[in-house]
Design a protein around this ligand. Structure first.
Ligand code: AHR
Length: 499
């Protein structure tokens, strides 16, 4: 196959939003306990955080981390997680049928965030709770001092306010599995009431209403319209969630997952704009894609329901292979392409639970295959996102229709002139000769071309072989006469950096 496109700095989408490279830490399985926090681990710091995980988190380049859930937040009492540890209650978490010890809560997470160098994205519980508890949490977290809850925070060891600006108004309230699941109108009303009250307490917050938990939900579209009809004036953004997996060996469809993400983003954008038009409101609602990843949800659903209430059990511990990593690279391409509307996104999740970082309790931490495209993109994508219109053969997929065999996006930093190109070859069996016209960029040098590919598309990284799958230099790449050329192997993701 041959594929080509032209890059021109005159044709931009929007600036790269740093929040596009978000992650997610939920009280779920081993994400918190034996993930970010394990006081007995050889690398644990004075706060009990695993230094090996902190190092990998920084290397991943994650910018914003959503917390504390997820489904977990819809039954969570934030007060359980603050104050002296020996007085924190042990509770049942209905979402994951687990026991929550509350050893880690808001103040610990904020301490971890500062060490990891990430901005928190905090979720309030609108499943079992409402306006009053969200206001209490906001007072505890952000009020400077001199009130009951801000003084309690200070007494608990954090004199300075946490200064959390981004807040999710509940989680997946469209899902029948969610504690407190309700209708779009009822949830939208509660989200609007909560948002307006939070703004009375503190201007300048960025508030995200729950959109659908997936584009396959029967209420997709209608849900967003119903929610926004109630809270359009009060919120800044609406959330999207999407998880992809390979179904029945259909690798071609799996590799085209980004096309579904594109369609979901376009559908939610159109729905939000339609509500705005109906209300005569010129404000544009932003999109927070605050859960996305590869997740073998079918395996999770097939597992027998739990009867016990374990603490930090092994849940949702997918071991990612090369093709999963290629798909993750493709999903990042889709997110970047929509940087004009998608202003935040979180790969779900960060450690152990469908995650780029895996750990063993007491043992190693390592990079899953999906770590690599995320880290490379977060590092290299800078400046403005450029428009890319690939000219490439189109191939059919069973789940996502016809898609061009390559998918691509590019960024350029005007200040330094550095550019980055991210390309996916979605063919399951054929290499692509790529030819990019980069004359407009004025690039002088090919800095780096690295490709993620493997003769075994199902190869994984393990504790014993942690670097089995990693990007390797692509020696076919060359920059000459204003053209960038490279051969992209089948089932591959490639990053090219120019200066
Ligand atoms: O990320 C795992 C779960 O997926 C989250 O808790 C929930 O919000 C979603 O259904």
């Amino acid at each position: 196959h041959h594929a080509s496109f032209t890059l021109d700095p005159a044709f931009t989408v929007a600036p790269v939003n740093r929040r596009t490279f978000g992650g997610f830490v939920e009280h779920l399985g081993r994400c918190v306990y034996t993930g970010i926090y394990e006081p007995d681990h050889p690398t644990a710091d004075a706060d009990g955080f695993r230094r090996d995980v902190l190092d990998l988190t920084r290397e991943l380049g994650v910018t914003t981390v959503r917390y504390p859930g997820g489904n977990f937040v819809s039954g969570y009492r934030w007060e359980d997680g603050v104050g002296p540890r020996d007085r924190r209650p042990v509770r049942r978490d209905l979402a994951w049928h687990s026991t929550e010890t509350n050893e880690v809560g808001l103040d610990e997470f904020m301490r971890w965030s500062a060490k990891a160098g990430v901005e928190p994205m905090m979720a309030v519980n609108l499943g079992t709770r409402g306006v009053a508890e969200a206001l209490d949490l906001l007072e505890y977290a952000n009020h400077p001092k001199g009130t009951l809850l801000s003084d309690r925070r200070a007494a608990n060891g954090t004199a300075e306010p946490h200064g959390i600006t981004m807040w999710c108004l509940g989680n997946e309230m469209d899902g029948p599995w969610q504690v407190g699941h309700t209708t779009a109108r009822e949830y939208g009303r509660l989200a609007g009431q909560t948002a307006r009250a939070m703004r009375m307490a503190q201007p300048g917050l960025e508030l995200v209403a729950c959109g659908s938990s997936g584009s396959a939900m029967a209420t997709f579209g209608a849900w967003e319209a119903g929610v926004l009809a109630e809270c359009y004036d009060a919120v800044d953004a609406i959330s999207l969630h999407a998880y992809y997996e390979e179904h029945d060996g259909d690798l071609a469809s799996f590799l085209a997952s980004g096309a579904d993400m594109d369609r979901s983003i376009d559908a939610v954008t159109a729905t939000a704009d339609a509500v705005g038009a109906r209300l005569g409101d010129r404000k544009r609602i932003r999109l927070s894609f605050d859960e996305w990843n590869v997740w073998y949800q079918s395996r999770h659903r097939a597992a027998a329901p739990r009867e016990d209430w374990p603490t930090a059990p092994r849940l949702l511990e997918d071991h990612y292979h090369l093709a999963d990593a290629v798909v993750v690279g493709g999903l990042l391409i889709a997110l970047l392409r929509h940087s004009d509307r998608v202003t935040a996104a979180c790969q779900a999740q960060l450690v152990n639970v469908i995650a780029p970082i895996m750990t063993e309790p007491g043992g190693r931490a390592w990079r899953q295959t999906v770590f690599h495209p995320f880290a490379e993109t977060a590092r290299a994508a800078k400046g403005e996102v450029l428009r890319v219109e690939p000219v490439a053969p189109v191939h059919p997929t069973a789940r996502h229709g016809d898609v061009p065999v390559i998918d691509a996006v590019a960024t350029r930093d005007a200040a330094s002139g550095a550019a980055a190109v991210f390309v996916l070859n979605r063919s399951v069996d054929t290499a692509v000769a790529l030819d990019v016209d980069v004359r407009g960029l004025g690039a002088e040098r090919l800095v780096r071309c690295a490709t993620l590919a493997d003769a075994d598309v199902y190869a994984v990284n393990t504790a014993d072989e942690p670097d089995r799958v990693a990007p390797a230099a692509n020696r076919t790449a060359e920059l000459a006469d204003g053209r960038l050329r490279a051969v992209l192997p089948p089932v591959s993701w490639t990053v090219v950096e120019l200066a």
